[in-house]
Design a protein around this ligand. Structure first.
Ligand code: ZN
Length: 150
């Protein structure tokens, strides 16, 4: 990894950790999940408001965790806002692949945009669960919503 990329990675993560986007409880939510990573102590609630057309209008998270889990939650909620359920699940799949597979197709990596900086977390295997925690909560919340609303 180049020094410049490593620096960018640290800056983005620290910024989202210090100033998390979409932080707080969403009172009007109609989908929810709770993500827990006991190995690190990351503990987040995820709230979503999905409209009748299946578009995620709002989402927010609340809880506490390490810088990686919190910045991942902050970035995920920023990127997924306004997406359809199918698009959100596609992002989830690509992000999970980025962090757990040896390689990811270039097009899929490109589609992740700024989230691709989390690929560096692979160098710290113990932190992979921190980065993917909120995404697993997203998948869980969307699957439960689909079960109840189809
Ligand atoms: Zn963590």
């Amino acid at each position: 990894m180049s020094e410049r990329l490593e620096q960018l990675y640290q800056e983005v993560i620290l910024d989202h950790n210090k100033n998390p986007r979409n932080y707080g409880k969403l009172e009007s939510s109609n989908a929810y999940s709770h993500g827990l990573n006991p190995l690190c102590g990351d503990d987040f609630h995820l709230y979503l408001k999905i409209d009748a057309k299946g578009i995620i209008q709002e989402l927010s998270f609340l809880g506490s965790g390490c810088a990686i889990s919190k910045s991942s939650a902050s970035m995920m909620t920023s990127m997924i806002k306004g997406k359809t359920l199918a698009e959100a699940l596609e992002w989830q799949k690509n992000f999970h692949q980025l962090l757990t597979e040896d390689t990811i197709p270039a097009a899929e990596k490109k589609s992740l945009g700024r989230l691709s900086i989390f690929e560096n977390v692979k160098n710290y295997p113990a932190r992979v669960k921190c980065a993917t925690l909120i995404w697993r909560a997203l998948e869980d919340a969307l699957q439960n919503y689909q079960k109840e609303n189809v």
